[in-house]
Design a protein around this ligand. Structure first.
Ligand code: SF4
Length: 301
């Protein structure tokens, strides 16, 4: 069978081993060299061009339905040292009820994580998101596993590397991170404050903007032209000049070159917001459009 393999950034290093295994089984194997950041980003056009019968997508689970080609998702589980959790848990002894979340790399150990917290006397809450596959799993664009239970808990505990996932949470609950890669744990207070300030600043910048670029990505799970067109129509009523920018991969240098835009609004990955420094312009997530329109209306009156 002709198969296209797709690896996210950080996992492209295992492409050779995986490709060789499949070749030995008699398959004709191709490897996508495009960037890939999530299950939202299937290489459908590349697969179509080379007439592949199947895509094997590594490191993420299913994000959306796909028609016309078989897609197999292969996770890449990374074990967390459970002793680290047992050790770091001591820092949060003052909290009784916790919400537990992790990302897809460690989701296979979620019940083990839960057991440890219960054994240590915590009441543990967990939930499932909308775009995710597993209880307790969060994505950069789906924090419902935490937000659903935020009002029942004193603290959200995230087990995983970096701050990308916990900083995507919508609730204002306190967050504690246990990072298995650097073997450290910490509260996210300062970063959350920075994020809130930044979001306010972006909204204010959009309020004053004359020229707005709305980003639409053609990536399979991010494409939302309808939202972009509706946003354009609504913003133009407030005398904003709005253009819709179509791209597959967002190239920050290219965006910078459109120097007449004051602000960008993303209908693509919501976490493009985090990359505003690379564009040197504010980037507002489309989910903030209602707040922006409300403020514009208030100013008008
Ligand atoms: S839309 Fe963004 S945050 Fe969501 S899965 Fe895709 S890359 Fe990750």
């Amino acid at each position: 069978m002709r198969i296209l393999l797709q690896f996210p950034e950080g996992l492209k290093k295992i492409a050779k081993i995986e490709a060789e295994k499949l070749e030995k089984e008699g398959h004709e194997v191709f490897i996508s060299a495009s960037p890939c950041w999530g299950g939202c980003d299937l290489a459908l056009d590349e697969a179509k061009k080379i007439k592949a019968k199947k895509i094997i997508h590594y490191g993420h689970c299913k994000f959306h339905e796909v028609k016309g080609i078989e897609v197999e998702y292969k996770l890449y589980p990374i074990d967390v040292d459970l002793n680290l959790i047992k050790k770091e848990i001591k820092k949060i002894k003052n909290f009784k009820k916790i919400g537990l979340i992790t990302n897809v790399s460690h989701i296979h150990q979620f019940s083990d994580f839960k057991k440890i917290f219960i054994q240590e006397g915590f009441e543990v809450f967990s939930s499932k998101g909308k775009l995710t596959q597993f209880e307790g799993q969060v994505l950069g664009c789906d924090s419902l596993a935490a937000d659903n239970i935020a009002n029942k808990v004193d603290l959200i505990v995230y087990i995983g590397g970096g701050n990308f996932h916990p900083l995507g949470l919508s609730s204002s609950k306190k967050i504690f991170v246990i990072n298995p890669f650097v073997k450290q744990s910490y509260f996210l207070d300062e970063e959350l404050l920075k994020k809130q300030k930044r979001e306010k600043g972006m909204l204010l910048a959009a309020l004053q903007a004359k020229n707005i670029g709305i980003i639409v990505s053609t990536k399979s799970g991010q494409f939302n032209l309808k939202a972009a067109m509706l946003a354009k129509k609504r913003l133009e009523k407030f005398n904003k000049k709005v253009f819709i920018l179509i791209t597959n991969e967002v190239n920050f240098e290219a965006l910078k070159d459109f120097n007449f835009f004051d602000v960008f609004i993303t209908t693509a990955c919501p976490r493009l917001e985090d990359d505003y420094l690379r564009v040197e312009k504010p980037i507002l997530n489309i989910s903030k459009l209602p707040s922006l329109l409300l403020l514009l209306k208030q100013i008008e009156n």
